[in-house]
Design a protein around this ligand. Structure first.
Ligand code: G6P
Length: 618
């Protein structure tokens, strides 16, 4: 999703802005641009549709100037094009803005502002909602406001969540950043005689680890020496930057061809980090520390609802299984974007667990707001980003500690979220008396084996690559699973869609007879997840039904399962896991299959078209 960067200091802003934008590429975008302001008030705005390399190719001479803002745009209002790319300037040309989010009332604002534009013989230059923002600011400046007052007045007119960065020709020594609602974060980075802003940390880390996260409703005035933050009706303050510990090396691709591949191979380590200190055996305890809900609070919970989007929703689906089976508590999952607009019946004794690797997905944040406002129900968030908006909304957070995830398609944060949900189920189960000490010990012992399950699954990369080559031209895949493996079938299908651009459907195998089977023929490969769990025989029947329609079968099951191997056209054997933990054994293999299909098709795996890592618009 859109990314913002900004710089003010003693260096030339242009190259720093471009470098920052490169570090935000993983968020997903379809155009980009920078605006640089020099000491004499000259403004250069450079923007291009396409990748950053297209923008860079269009820059003959880097504009001079020590202040500037930049943007990667993920189109919402108006097609990806040069003119719709940010930055956008006011009709006077004096105020320049980049924006993340959506101005929901931009149509009425355009009508309102149009007459003054027409008076000057000008019109709107783009189809974006963004363009009203510099115009609103400029109008307030004309009325004699300071820039901060003008920005606050302009934001006050906007409906919807927005984050903006801006500058004003009249003051080349400053840039401004502001947040209204949850449209993704803005982080201010403190350098030595220079300051930075960015939508998230990776863009700042090469320069500084001293940062301040701008809060909702704050406006920062930033010059080379520091930042002053204004809040409505409060005196301005100079915030104290915090030190972050993110290791810049951890966000470099290293020897791997893609971030996604690197992050898949980091999964055993990431899982160990998620579990570390949270699954103690002697005496047994789950999530004993760093968790804000007490056993008493957990005992009063009568139901758990797990919500999320995309890959996190699939983790939520598996979380329901564990909550029911391990904690013996009524549990359900929901898609956050649907949950928000239904009339769900939940009460203050429902525990709502949000799964969101970024902690910034707008639909998940919206659902969390609704839970707080309507029911005041207790909330837990499972996220990889400390300090993200979701952590501020929740009563308790379980941080994944997976390290930065750059690949748009979530991998290590998926398995991390699973481990966190499993731990939560154990903790609730123990608090409610559903697990005795022995059962808790056994459950935790099983969990401690999952890093090695994943590690062994990753060893199947070569085999996955060979199989993928046989299906590079397949237009469709059906992925079947049952029970706890059904969400993995859905995750496998999502990965195929996300990075391989292959149409794929993840289905509960029992449902196949009610529709999908009509699609099957020799050209419609079926991936069947069939470990030796309680539903193995039923999966075998489903595979028989697939084979009878001559559809090729890629079966993924237990190592050494000759019966399954004989029935399938291709077979991948994963290490045996207890029936509650097969998702960990299967996940790396379905990720690798999707990865190798995408690789064989020569696709842009880390930045798939139209997708964004952090979805900050509805
Ligand atoms: C985007 C990402 C997915 C992610 C989903 C939910 O679609 O590309 O990988 O699963 O958002 O993101 P969240 O940050 O809430 O887990």
């Amino acid at each position: 999703m859109c990314g913002i960067v900004g710089y003010v200091g003693h260096q030339s802003a242009g190259p720093i802005l471009l470098e920052g934008l490169h570090r935000l590429e993983y968020r997903g975008y379809d155009s980009s641009g920078i605006a640089v302001l020099d000491r004499d008030g000259a403004i250069a705005v450079l923007k291009r549709q396409g990748k950053l390399r297209d923008l860079e190719a269009a820059i003959d001479v880097m504009p001079a100037g020590g202040a500037g803002i930049g943007h990667t745009r993920w189109a919402t209002h108006g097609v990806p094009s040069d003119r719709n790319a940010h930055p956008h300037a006011s009709s006077s040309g004096d105020v320049v803005v980049v924006q993340n989010g959506i101005v929901e009332n931009y149509r009425s604002l355009k009508v309102e502002l149009e007459s003054s534009l027409l008076d000057r013989g000008q019109g709107w230059l783009s189809e974006t909602d963004t363009e009203v923002i510099p115009e609103l600011i400029a109008r307030e400046l004309d009325r004699g406001c300071s820039f901060v007052e003008a920005l606050r007045a302009a934001l006050g007119r906007l409906q919807g969540a927005n984050a903006v960065a801006a500058f004003h020709r009249a003051d080349p020594s400053r840039i401004y950043a502001a947040r209204k609602g949850s449209a993704g974060g803005i982080v201010i980075g403190y350098g030595d005689g220079e300051m930075f802003i960015a939508s998230d940390l990776p863009a700042l880390l090469p320069h500084t680890t001293a940062v301040y996260h701008l809060e909702d409703g704050e406006i920062a005035t930033i010059d080379a020496e520091g930042a002053v933050v204004d809040r409505a009706n409060q005196p301005p303050l100079r915030p104290q930057p915090q030190r972050v510990e993110l290791d810049p090396v951890a966000i470099a691709r290293g020897p791997y061809r893609h971030f996604m591949l690197k992050e898949m191979y980091e999964q055993p380590r990431a899982l160990s980090d998620t579990i570390r200190g949270r699954a103690r055996l002697d005496p047994p305890s789950a999530l004993a520390d760093e968790f804000n809900l007490t056993d008493n609070q957990l005992r009063s919970v009568e139901r758990v609802l797990v919500i999320g989007m995309g890959t996190s929703l699939h983790a939520a689906m598996i979380g329901r299984w564990w909550l029911e089976r391990i904690a013996g508590i009524p549990a359900d999952f929901d898609n956050a974007s649907e949950f928000r607009f239904r009339a769900p019946v939940i009460g203050s004794s429902t525990l709502v667990v949000s799964v969101t690797q970024s902690g910034e997905t707008i639909d998940t944040l919206g659902a969390m707001d609704q839970v707080r406002e309507r029911w005041g129900a207790p909330q837990v968030v499972i996220t990889n980003v400390d300090g993200s908006e979701a952590t501020r909304k929740a009563d308790a957070s379980i941080l994944l500690r997976c390290g930065p995830e750059v690949g748009v398609a979530s991998t290590k944060t998926f398995v991390g979220s699973l481990a966190a949900l499993y731990l939560l189920a154990c903790r609730i189960g123990r608090a409610r008396g559903a697990l005795d000490e022995t059962e808790l010990t056994e459950s935790l012992e099983h969990l401690l084996t999952v890093p090695s399950l994943v590690e062994r699954g990753l060893q199947l990369s070569e085999q996955c690559s060979e199989i993928a080559k046989s299906y590079t031209s397949a237009a469709n895949f059906l992925v079947l699973g049952r029970g706890i493996e059904h969400p993995i079938a859905m995750e496998a299908a999502l990965k195929c869609k996300e990075i391989s651009y292959v149409h794929a459907e993840g289905y509960a195998a029992g449902e196949m007879k009610h529709g999908p089977i009509a699609l099957l023929d020799q050209k419609f490969p079926v991936i069947a997840l069939a470990t030796r769990g309680p539903l193995f025989d039923k999966m075998m029947s489903a595979i028989q039904q697939v084979s009878a329609r001559q559809a090729p079968v890629i079966a993924i099951g237990d190592e050494g399962d000759t019966e399954l191997a004989e029935l399938a056209d291709h077979y991948l054997g994963v290490p045996h896991a207890t029936d509650l933990l097969t998702p960990f054994a299967l996940t790396p293999v379905v990720q690798l299959l999707a990865y190798h299909i995408a690789l064989a098709r020569g696709l842009d795996i880390d930045q798939p078209r139209n997708l964004a890592k952090t979805v900050t618009v509805e």
